[in-house]
Design a protein. Structure first.
Length: 392
């Protein structure tokens, strides 16, 4: 198959994930509907030309992204601190005080709010899932919401900064889309481009199957991301890992000429390493699932119970990977009140509030993101729930 990032035909599949739920974050109000949620094929391929990884069976027509999408992590204090620090850093580094910022794929808008609070003058948020009623009153008159997509509903990018966080990994024709971004900026080459997305290197190294799911059709390392940016008309200012190496942040500027010659940064030299870890991903993945199954059996077989903490995409992927044995998990806990009493796509597990653990008294809590372990431990202590706590 042709690489969507560099058009090379030198690509090969390395992981077959089978049929998985096509959405992980859509709220499903009914258990049966959750269990019969539409599925799509997941088959990861690696491009040997540029290091890009993609689901070569991805079908965009199965996607139904809308206002029912509940992806926000903003109920977590740790996450809020992260986005607030990042907003302050970008405002200072790129002198965005009083300037206009546009965020493509702004989700519920929490980052745009942070940018305004950190000093940006005006914000435009483009996303079909925006909920303007959730925006705090102190910034609402400085933010314009476009409930739709770029470029269909918002074709021109006339701003001091273009922000795009956790969105590019949902787009299949990545090079075409980046070229559209570049041409929408036009001659305004002082615009700064700020992207954040998951780092596939860590996913592959750790066999992190919970980070591979249908909505993520495109997977980048620092190298493949930088190469895509250069190929589509951007110059890289900086690229760095963030949030316990889970994310990549790239800061770029439009290049005056289409394919600028530039010396790659040291962090980009990763094609061989990515190829090597891709080859071991399937084995690591199987070992990891086996070890969780065994651990859950040790708890459940003696009358105990286990729950997962985190009902987002990682949770859906984790339960799907357990397959027939997902019943070993009693429920999914989430701190986002908008998700309570809803069901997980695929396996139909109910999403419950942390306080319901008082009645369940679980013997094992599996955190879907190690970054939140301290936070979860504090919540469990506050509730008086004594349990073993582990993270994927
Ligand atoms: Zn490629």
């Amino acid at each position: 198959m042709t690489c969507p990032a560099c058009s090379s035909n030198d690509t090969s599949a390395f992981y077959h994930g089978g049929l998985v739920p096509v959405h992980s974050c859509l709220l499903v109000a009914d258990e049966q509907a959750a269990k019969h949620f539409p599925r799509g094929n997941l088959e990861l391929a690696l491009c040997h030309g540029c290091g890009f990884i993609f689901n070569q069976r991805f079908d965009p027509s199965l996607s139904a992204y809308s206002a029912d999408y509940e992806e926000t992590q903003a109920f977590s204090p740790l996450f809020r601190e992260f986005i607030s620090d990042l907003a302050s850093r970008w405002i200072a580094r790129y002198d965005l005080n009083g300037k206009t910022v546009v965020e493509l794929g702004c989700g519920k808008g929490e980052f745009l709010v942070e940018m305004i609070r950190a000093g940006a003058g005006r914000g435009v948020g483009v996303d079909p899932g925006v909920h303007p009623e959730r925006i705090p009153p102190d910034v609402e008159d400085r933010i314009t919401w476009v409930p739709g997509f770029f470029p269909e509903d918002y074709p021109q990018l006339d701003a001091d900064a273009i922000i795009c966080r956790h969105t590019l990994e949902h787009i299949a024709p990545v090079a075409d889309w980046m070229r559209t971004v570049r041409s929408a900026i036009g001659t305004r080459i002082d615009t700064v481009i700020l992207f954040e997305l998951p780092d596939v290197r860590r996913v592959l190294q750790e066999g992190a199957f919970w980070d591979v799911y249908y909505e993520h059709c495109s997977y980048f390392s620092a190298g493949s991301l930088a190469r895509l940016f250069r190929r589509t008309g951007f110059e890289i200012v900086d690229i760095w890992p963030a949030y316990d190496d889970q994310y990549l942040i790239i800061e770029a500027k439009p290049a005056p000429s289409p394919e600028p010659a530039a010396r790659p940064l040291a962090i980009e030299d990763d094609i061989d390493a990515i190829a090597a870890t891709a080859n071991t991903f399937a084995i690591k993945h199987t070992e990891m699932i086996e070890s969780w199954r065994e651990q859950l059996h040790r708890v459940v077989d003696v009358g105990g119970s286990g729950v997962i903490w985190g009902s987002g995409s990682k949770g859906v992927a984790f339960l799907a990977a357990l397959g027939d044995e997902s019943g070993l998990i009693r429920a999914a806990v989430d701190i986002n009140p908008f998700k309570h009493r809803k069901y997980m796509a695929g396996t139909g597990h109910q999403i419950i509030a942390p306080k319901e653990l008082v009645g369940i008294q679980p013997d094992l809590v599996i955190a879907m993101n190690p970054a939140y372990l301290d936070e979860i431990e504090r919540d469990l202590d506050a509730l008086g729930v004594q349990t073993k706590l582990e993270a994927v």
